[in-house]
Design a protein around this ligand. Structure first.
Ligand code: ATP
Length: 269
């Protein structure tokens, strides 16, 4: 069942164009596309390619999106698993789940393996009160062993994502493991405009909609927040039987989302 439970790996049909802003991160990740497209050439020339890349940045900044876009650009299969799944779903079978994942990816290489929420299994060891994290440790050790075991001939890149790089076990960051770091930032004013453009691509907009104005009114919003905003505005428009999404819908949607954020922040310690 371990194999069967793999989310069928596919080649994502998205590209770097779907990632707005994040130019530095995009440039760094783009270097890997050529390798995934022509691994034999790199091998013949003895070029060393990074095995593990850590994508770090606040929630909703597009880490998953970037990983999928890399696979899409290179035209390779995308295998993904989330750190929290090991704790919630694959209890007791984490290490063998990892083994199977790497096995499958190797059989279908070139490929990307994406490990989301790496921090949930990769926290510094031995800090938990009373310990009891053997299981999590075994899963992490298996991931590191798989990466250490790469002979240099596998056309596989392992991407990890985290919004807590500060809590990661230093063993994860050693050479040959996640030794390349790509930082994703919260979007600035111009980036938010670019993200708005991407997400309103298929949305009929009223003439009064001004992206600059929406962007100015949404400081601190992540890419995911902007996507939510557009969706919320479209829902409000649909509920009001409008044929286009207008500025009042965006304003109302923003207020609603900000209120949610405030409430969320308020209940946090
Ligand atoms: P988390 O840390 O919460 O897992 P993440 O960094 O992996 O978040 P994603 O899941 O990739 O973020 O982002 C969620 C969605 O937000 C994406 O699917 C995409 O629609 C939108 N998004 C985020 N950043 C961007 C961006 N730079 N350009 C376009 N869309 C974006």
């Amino acid at each position: 069942f371990l194999r069967g439970s793999t989310k069928a790996a596919e080649i994502p049909d998205i590209t770097f164009d779907d990632v707005a802003g994040q130019d530095t991160a995009k440039r760094e990740v783009a270097e890997l596309v050529e390798f995934l497209k022509h691994p034999t050439q790199y091998r013949q020339l003895g070029a060393e390619v990074p095995r593990g890349v850590l994508l770090m940045g606040p929630p909703g900044t597009g880490k998953t999106l970037m990983a999928r876009a890399l696979a899409g650009e290179a035209g390779v299969k995308f295998y993904s698993i989330s750190g929290s799944e090991f704790i919630e779903v694959y209890v007791g079978v984490g290490a063998s789940r990892v083994r199977h994942l790497f096995e499958e990816a190797k059989e279908n290489s070139p490929a990307i393996i994406f490990i989301d929420e790496l921090d949930s299994i990769g926290r510094t060891r031995g800090t938990g009160l009373g310990g009891g994290h053997d299981e999590r440790e075994q899963t992490l050790n298996q991931i590191l062993a798989e990466m250490d075991g790469f002979s240099g001939h596998e056309a596989i890149i392992v991407l990890g994502a985290t919004n807590r790089p500060d809590v990661l076990d230093p063993a994860i960051l050693r050479p040959g493991r996640f030794d390349r770091h790509v930082v994703l930032e919260l979007p600035d004013r111009n980036d938010r405009i670019a993200i708005l453009k991407v997400h309103t691509h298929k949305v009929p907009l009223g003439d009064d909609v001004v992206f600059e104005q929406i962007s100015s009114g949404t400081p601190g919003f992540s890419g995911a927040d902007i996507k939510n905003l557009v969706n919320e505005a479209a829902m409000l428009a649909a509920r009001g039987k409008a044929t286009k999404v207008s500025m009042t819908h965006f304003d109302e949607a923003r207020d609603k989302l900000m209120l949610g954020t405030v409430r969320r922040l308020a209940i946090q310690p």
